[in-house]
Write a protein that binds this ligand. Structure first.
Ligand code: 4NP
Length: 169
């Protein structure tokens, strides 16, 4: 416990979509890759989950895995899990892909922790969209577009976290 980041504890980020097989595991992979390229003076822990339990234990959708791999991001080892009330206590940022996820999380979350729940696209200044659309029922191009949106939002999220946590001593 000699390192200051350990004594402060890590910043914990949870990405949430419906099934935890398309958007949120993609977000987890993109954000992890972004963190690898940064020299941060504090720790960030990253996870993802789904508001529904349809795919618990499953790997990401193969289209999501393939789209991420084309950008040199490996999400193949991730497995879907469902969000729990406990997540609302343990994570600092709970990032919803769309409004439906957002409202499901608000319903799950104790009042005191609701401020942690944010819409991911609020961090994507280059996009005039509020939501990362669900690509599950569409074609491959939807997954590319979702990746573009997620990359933009991930950068904005990291800038906010660095602004808040990076300056602390
Ligand atoms: P995700 O996409 O929420 O981005 O993981 C979906 C995955 C599965 C289903 C819906 C959306 N489904 O209905 O099974």
């Amino acid at each position: 416990m000699s390192d200051s980041s350990e004594s402060r504890g890590a910043v914990r980020v949870l990405f949430v979509c419906l099934g935890n097989i398309c958007r949120s595991p993609t977000s987890e992979g993109v954000f992890r890759k972004l963190l690898e390229t940064q020299q941060l003076d504090f720790d960030i822990e990253v996870d993802s989950a789904g508001t529904a339990g349809y795919h618990v234990g499953d790997p990401p959708d193969r289209r999501a895995t393939a789209a991420a791999a084309r950008r040199d991001i490996d999400i193949s080892a991730l497995r879907a899990r469902r969000t729990q009330v406990y997540d609302m206590e343990t994570f600092d940022y709970i990032i919803a892909m769309d409004r439906s996820n957002y409202h499901d999380l608000i319903d799950l979350c104790p009042h005191h922790a609701r401020g942690k729940i944010r819409l991911f696209m609020d961090f994507a200044d280059e996009w005039d969209f509020d939501e990362v659309p669900d690509p599950y029922f569409g074609g491959d191009s939807g997954f590319e577009r979702v990746l573009d949106m997620i990359e933009s939002a991930a950068g904005g999220l990291l800038e906010e976290i660095k602004g808040i946590y990076g300056a602390r001593s």
